[in-house]
Design a binder for this molecule. Structure first.
Ligand SMILES: Nc1ncnc2c1ncn2[C@@H]1O[C@H](COP(=O)(O)OP(=O)(O)O)[C@@H](O)[C@H]1O
Ligand SMILES: [Mg+2]
Length: 308
């Protein structure tokens, strides 16, 4: 089942008062997110990520198109019970302690007092903040505030959690801890929707991603599909002679990385096999053949540059 369905969603903001001009924050965006997935929405600043999350949460409305959560329109108030949200740049009153923040949001979610006492510390512990529960949050670091925000998003035990830039400004160890919490939530069957411009993070935990640029969806798919090159293969071999290397260079635009490794462009799997036949008939041993992998970051930069 799809937990999130987005169909042709467009959002225009007025650019300047009375000017009649519009900012197209989202332009005919469609995709869906399945149950139990960690889904990453990527894009440069201003791409429309936060606007899309706000539409899904019913905080703002789309100009056109349809969106639903759990097969219900996003305007249905009953679905809010199933949803947790960590806003971008959240600000909790800094005279509260961590415990009081979680208690406050727990009560907003309708949890009862007795129930809450146990749950507050359960979730503070999950995010590694239980020892800081009685400390005022003005003493917290950015990473600690983000982890508290994460506990806040989880307190009502929602099935779907939206996290807008959860690791922004967090140091590498804090990021790893946040990733571990997200993986733990996934193992409990929760669906996680993550907005981020930090691509290496996404690559490590997301099952699928969508890339937004200037309001338009430019790519969507599994991290595996997006980062695997269609037509570039890497070969690991025994020592190659200069003659073989030259032939590969001329015929397959290969790039040689030392005597035992080269990568080349092919027009399909037949080409790969022809290269293997050629190498084998030349007495070369093959140690490995694989499709080339790109980092999500390099794919992302290529895609964004093509569109600009
Ligand atoms: N309330 C608003 N009024 C006018 N323009 C807005 C508003 N919110 C967002 N925008 C504009 O919409 C575009 C997308 O913004 P946003 O969704 O915050 O992007 P992202 O989260 O990807 O950085 C930007 O050009 C932004 O300036
Ligand atoms: Mg944003």
């Amino acid at each position: 089942m799809n937990v999130i369905e987005i169909n042709g969603v467009t959002k225009n903001f007025p650019a300047k008062r009375f000017s009649g001009e519009k900012i197209k924050a989202l332009d005919n965006v469609s995709f869906s997110v399945g149950s139990g997935e960690i889904f990453g929405l990527l894009g440069p600043n201003g791409a429309g990520k936060t606007t899309l999350v706000k539409i899904l949460l019913g905080i703002t409305y789309s100009t056109a198109g349809k969106a639903s959560l759990f097969d219900k329109p996003v305007t249905d108030v009953n679905i809010k019970r199933k949803v947790g949200y960590l806003p971008e740049n959240h600000k909790f009153p800094n005279y509260l302690t961590g415990e009081q923040v979680i208690d406050y949001f727990g009560r907003l979610s309708g949890l009862r007092k007795g129930d809450l006492e146990k749950k507050t510390y359960k979730y503070l512990k999950i995010v590694g903040m239980d020892e800081w529960g009685t400390t005022k949050i003005k003493k917290y670091s950015k990473g600690m505030l983000q982890r508290l925000g994460l506990a806040q998003a989880m307190i009502s035990n929602p099935d779907l959690i939206f996290l807008d830039e959860p690791t922004d400004g967090v140091d590498p160890i804090g990021r790893k801890e946040i990733r571990d919490v997200l993986l733990e939530l996934k193992s409990q069957g929760k669906t996680i929707f993550l907005n981020s411009h930090l691509l290496s993070e996404i690559e490590l935990i997301c099952d699928r991603v969508a890339i937004l640029n200037k309001g338009a969806l430019i790519k969507e798919g599994s991290v595996e599909d997006i980062t695997t090159s269609e037509n570039k293969y890497v070969f690991l071999t025994s020592d190659l002679s200069d003659a073989i290397m030259n032939k590969l260079l001329v015929e397959h635009k290969s790039t040689v990385q030392g005597r035992n490794e080269f990568s080349c462009f092919v027009n399909g799997v037949e080409d790969v096999n022809k290269i293997i036949d050629y190498l084998r008939s030349s007495g070369i041993l093959i140690h490995g053949v694989s499709r080339e992998k790109n980092s999500l970051e390099s794919m992302f930069i290529n895609l964004i540059e093509q569109k600009n």
